[in-house]
Design a binder for this molecule. Sequence first.
Ligand code: SF4
Length: 126
Amino acid sequence: MPGTLEELIALPGVGRKTANVVLGNAFGVPGITVDTHVGRLARRFGWTEESAPEKVEADLMQLFPPAEWTDLSHRMILHGRRVCHARNPACDACPLAALCPSSTASSAGKSATPKSASTSRAKARA
Ligand code: SF4
């Protein structure tokens, strides 16, 4: 099996999402997998305004160091499946509610962007 993004996406039926899953889990190569959960949560957290997966991926790559990418994707997918549902996010039961700018829970209102990530993104835009 190929071990690079370019080689993997050249295979029939393999896109960036699948390629990043394979690279991160089979080869230990950092990658951000942007599925529907990761895209939705990234927008709810205020980490991106993009909807195209490649653009969401690029924004998250600027915010987090490569060592975080694979696990970040797993965490976001799990949180999206279990708590931050597309139509009815469980904000009142969400451990991130106090940090999430999209929270509808009473403790909502603060930014979920880590300070270091905010700084990185500001630098990237400068
Ligand atoms: S507070 Fe609500 S919108 Fe924010 S991550 Fe949690 S469930 Fe999603």
